[in-house]
Write a protein that binds this ligand. Structure first.
Ligand code: FES
Ligand code: FES
Length: 152
């Protein structure tokens, strides 16, 4: 049994199965992307117990009872929508493949630290690679989302 976006799901997969496989293949939650499959790129980032994890390397057994939040669950929340809007306004993507993982990681960051500095943003996103090299615009987008949140 896994709790995903607030709903309990019986999972048929073996406990050693990666969470990413269960999300995408069993539950059709395809927002978390398959990338390197080795915990290097962050395309598969989801939140487990509120912390960003690489779903490609996290097994069902490792999740245990902790709640899982995916981009599908986060996308209805105002805080997430502010991040999404800030990414759009800052042009913080090119091909967009890294974007779901980035915005999930940013959601976790801004929950803990509503006004992160640029070095704190870069540090929080160390596990997320953008092959298109849009890092500067991503940092700007996070700062913009933080600013909008403080005025909300
Ligand atoms: S696919 Fe999971 S970190 Fe790259
Ligand atoms: S926008 Fe292409 S990988 Fe980040």
């Amino acid at each position: 049994m896994l709790t995903i976006n607030g709903t309990k799901h019986h999972v048929a997969a073996d406990p050693s199965t990666p969470l990413l496989f269960v999300l995408r293949e069993e539950l059709q939650l395809t927002g978390a992307k398959p990338g390197c499959g080795e915990g290097q790129c962050g395309a598969c980032t989801v939140l487990v117990g509120g912390e960003p994890v690489h779903a490609c390397l996290t097994t069902v057994a490792q999740v245990g009872e902790r709640p899982v939040e995916t981009i599908e669950g986060l996308s209805n929340k105002p805080a997430f929508q502010r991040i999404q809007q800030a990414f759009l306004e800052a042009g913080a993507f090119q091909c967009g493949y890294c974007t779901p993982g980035m915005v999930v990681a940013v959601s976790a960051l801004l929950r803990k630290n509503p006004h992160p500095s640029a070095p704190e943003i870069r540090s929080a996103l160390e596990g997320n690679i953008c092959r298109c090299g849009t890092y500067n615009r991503i940092v700007k987008a996070v700062q913009k989302a933080a600013e909008v949140s403080s005025n909300a």
